[in-house]
Design a protein. Structure first.
Length: 166
């Protein structure tokens, strides 16, 4: 299954840059738990998706990767912080785009891109990192829920981690 992952989630051999120029070469020492589980389930990683700096905005634009447009209307935000993930699914780039959500970062991009987003129950899918970005301590990882963005509810239900969106 083709999957895209967010630039703030550790994926081996890909920088966890969080949209920050000074983090462009920050390489994780391993996969985040969610990436490891997706990899074990046979996911085919086809790209990384954009996010605002530190994933803390309602739009998706940063100095490292630029601005992400809403594929349905470029004048409208694709949302944030998983706006790149939402745009990737809405354009058909990937069947599943993996995001994370503390205050709406999966749900809002799903809404503005006309797709489905799921914020699973806390602890349902592990949120871990080999790199702790400045300003995001343990509490940030406890609150951040990992969740899929998909084109349909059915796609969310059959994703490689066992249907957390059921």
């Amino acid at each position: 299954m083709p999957v895209t992952t967010k630039i703030n989630t550790d994926q081996l051999r890909h920088p966890t840059d969080n949209g920050i120029v000074s983090f462009a070469d920050q390489m994780p020492t391993g996969d985040a738990a969610v990436i490891a589980h997706l990899r074990a389930a046979g996911a085919i990683f086809i790209g990384r998706t954009n996010a605002p700096p530190f994933s803390m905005r309602w739009f998706t634009k940063n100095d490292l990767h630029g601005r992400t447009l809403n594929p349905r209307d470029p004048a409208v935000t694709p949302g944030g912080s998983s706006g790149g993930a939402g745009a990737a699914v809405a354009t058909g780039i990937s069947a599943i785009s993996w995001g994370n959500d503390i205050g709406g970062s999966v749900r809002y991009p799903a809404y503005v891109n006309g797709i489905v987003g799921s914020r699973p129950t806390m602890g349902r899918i592990a949120s871990t990192s080999t790199i702790t970005p400045p300003g995001r301590g343990l509490g940030g990882y406890q609150w951040a829920m990992q969740g899929p963005l998909t084109r349909t509810v059915r796609d969310a239900h059959i994703h490689p981690l066992g249907g957390c969106a059921a």
